[in-house]
Ligand binder design. Structure first.
Ligand code: SF4
Length: 290
């Protein structure tokens, strides 16, 4: 499956599953991230997710017989150092060497757990870290990164996502399933085929969640995404971005600016959800779906 980009069309806006999830969680959080583009401190959990994802991506560069747990663990430190080279600020996440060693140890445990859930020597992914985008009839561009796509000899497509996050289980799972249906919708729009299976691999606790989508599911997802975009458009017009407190506030970097915590948001910049053009691919960030 080749990397896919949207064809030329008038585009009214762009959404990824993570930013759509932000708006559903809290419109003000969406505003802070997309309109104000406020910087966020890297969290240990998000960066660990990035490192584990890159190890699992690289693992499949190796010949099938060499994809052992030792090989995966051997990739961990080099991938962490490679990431650190590009983002030197990540070093400041740790109070000391002991804390960093503990963090790497947790990543190691996740990789070991991965081998209890799948046997990578028996898999040949069609795609890894696949950037996809598709424009809906409404002109809304949907885009995102899919961790892995497997294609069976029958042509059946399986979409696989690795989860390493530590958000509250219920919020996390609802977001994750929405994200998978979002990807299935993009693939359906691109290839005309509904993926056979959506598979979430939870490396934090060793669970695998499987879901078989159908066309009705994906149409419902398209309606949901369309309604979400209309709500974003309303906020853009009125300038009202409602704070919606939840347990996820514990993970929010913007409490000091949030009215729910006694803060005042900065003046709204003259900016719409910025990069709305098709083909404007960017590097996957630690705040993206992991
Ligand atoms: S602290 Fe909570 S309510 Fe405030 S912006 Fe962040 S997520 Fe929204």
């Amino acid at each position: 499956m080749a990397e896919s980009t949207a064809t030329e069309q008038v585009i009214i806006g762009a959404l990824s599953p993570s930013r759509a999830g932000d708006f559903m969680t809290c419109p003000l959080l969406y505003r802070f991230r997309v309109i104000d583009r406020l910087p966020e401190r890297p969290s240990q959990a998000a960066v660990r997710g990035t490192v584990v994802h890159s190890v699992l991506e690289r693992l499949y560069d190796l010949p099938a017989a060499d994809r052992t747990v030792q090989a995966a663990l051997g990739l961990l430190e080099p991938q962490w150092l490679r990431l650190l080279e590009g983002e030197p600020d990540y070093a400041e996440m740790f109070a000391d060497d002991e804390e960093r060693a503990r963090w790497l140890g947790e990543a190691r445990t996740m990789l070991e757990r991965y081998f209890t859930l799948e046997d990578p020597s028996r898999l040949e992914p069609a795609e890894r870290e696949l950037y996809v985008e598709a424009v809906l009839d409404s002109g809304l561009l949907l885009r995102g990164y899919i961790d892995r796509v497997d294609v069976a000899p029958t042509g059946d497509v399986r979409v696989v996502d690795y989860k390493t996050g530590t958000a509250p289980r219920r919020d996390f799972e609802a977001k994750a399933l929405f994200q998978m249906k979002f990807y299935a919708l993009v693939l359906w729009r691109l290839n005309g085929t509904v993926p056979r299976l959506l598979q979430l691999i939870y490396l934090g606790n060793g669970e695998v969640v499987r879901y078989e989508p159908d066309e009705a599911d994906l149409r419902a997802t398209e309606r949901k995404v369309g309604a979400l975009w209309q709500a974003i458009e309303r906020s853009l017009t009125t300038g009202e971005w409602r704070a919606r407190p939840s347990r996820l506030c514990d993970w929010c970097d913007h409490q000091a600016l949030c009215p729910e915590f006694g803060g005042t948001p900065p003046p709204l910049p003259e900016r719409r959800p910025g990069d709305t053009m098709a083909g404007s691919r960017r590097r996957r960030a630690a705040t993206d779906e992991l």
